[in-house]
Design a binder for this molecule. Structure first.
Ligand SMILES: *Cc1c(COP(=O)(O)O)cnc(C)c1O
Length: 312
């Protein structure tokens, strides 16, 4: 396991023509780096590793036997909890949004992986799923499964934020901008807390909705951040052909895979913003690759059904 993830410089003069049609970087020295958190662990990808670290530690301290959490059918978090649970000797239950998914033969690769790690899946209706934060609903689950250590949807709680603070190292303090994809807001909160006031943290939500700002304010200790809401491509797990083309081209050009739900949208957004002159000249930008590559296989099954081109 890599404790320090790697940085890769995207040399703009080298590849730019293939990303943007015009050579934008020529006069300015904007530089873009990627922090490869996706290389942290083969199965507990990127930020999910960071988010689980202190949750698992706490679960051990409380002598919990069972971890229970919530997620959607493609959730990187569900897959990560399943694997981490097995690795650390916990039983795991994943409460999954959507009771239409419960037919075993239709398990997608994410849920199949979770199942293979020994996770018990409980499929609930979208209506019930909205009660995931409700104390009474948690009591119902406790009556069913016995005591458990609860990890919220997406893994976001104060322990997760603490883990995500460790993404930034002292060498990252010279960056002007730090960019990350946003789901539930835990990762960006950790980045904000670990940043310096002169840095700006840009979050690229992978879903529509305004509730995120409130959620981030609960954990973030500074206000040097902004959400860029123009690159969700229609919402969570929604995708468009131009995004697939972009992801495939990015991989060909830089040999870095991006996932379609989070990091592909973020990177598309960053390059588009650079193209439109959003960043000042000489800006040094750090993009966090939060992982999520396990979701590609499941997405490709969806794309194949639509007759679209696949993610390579
Ligand atoms: C879960 C996830 C995110 C979002 O993280 P939050 O802390 O929920 O905002 C971003 N990128 C990837 C790859 C993820 O799996």
């Amino acid at each position: 396991m890599l404790e320090n993830s790697c940085l890769f410089l995207l040399n703009p003069n080298f590849k730019l023509k293939t990303i943007n049609q015009e050579v934008f970087f020529k006069d300015s020295a904007t530089s873009l780096f990627i922090k490869r958190e996706d290389l942290l662990h083969p199965f507990i990808s990127g930020n999910k590793y960071r988010k689980l670290k202190y949750n698992i530690k706490r679960a051990k301290e409380t002598d919990a036997r069972l971890l229970l959490t919530f997620g959607g059918a493609f959730s990187n978090h569900i897959a990560s909890v399943a694997y981490a649970g097995r690795e650390h000797g916990f039983n795991t239950v994943g409460v999954v949004r959507g009771d239409e998914l419960s037919l075993k033969q239709s398990l997608n690769p994410t849920l199949k992986f979770a199942c293979d790690c020994g996770m018990e899946l409980k499929f609930i209706s979208r209506k019930d799923y909205r009660r995931k934060g409700d104390k009474h609903y948690i009591e119902i689950l406790k009556a069913e499964y016995g005591e458990f250590f609860l990890i919220p949807e997406g893994g976001t709680n104060s322990m997760a934020v603490k883990g995500c603070e460790e993404i930034l190292e002292s060498i990252d303090l010279h960056f002007d901008y730090i960019c990350c994809a946003v789901g539930t807001g835990g990762t960006i909160s950790g980045l904000i807390n670990a940043s310096r006031p002169h840095q700006k943290i840009l979050g690229f939500p992978a879903l529509k909705g305004d509730f995120l700002r409130e959620d981030i304010r609960k954990f973030a200790k500074r206000d040097n951040w902004e959400l860029i809401t123009d690159y969700h491509f229609g919402g969570y797990a929604k995708i468009k052909p131009e995004l697939i083309t972009f992801i495939n081209r990015f991989k060909t050009d830089y040999h870095i895979p991006l996932d379609p739900i989070y990091t592909g949208k973020m990177m598309y957004g960053i390059l588009d913003l650079i193209d439109h002159g959003f960043f000042p000249e000489h800006a040094k930008i750090l993009a966090i690759h939060t992982g999520g590559l396990q979701g590609i296989e499941g997405m490709n099954i969806k794309l194949e059904k639509k007759g679209w081109s696949l993610i390579e």
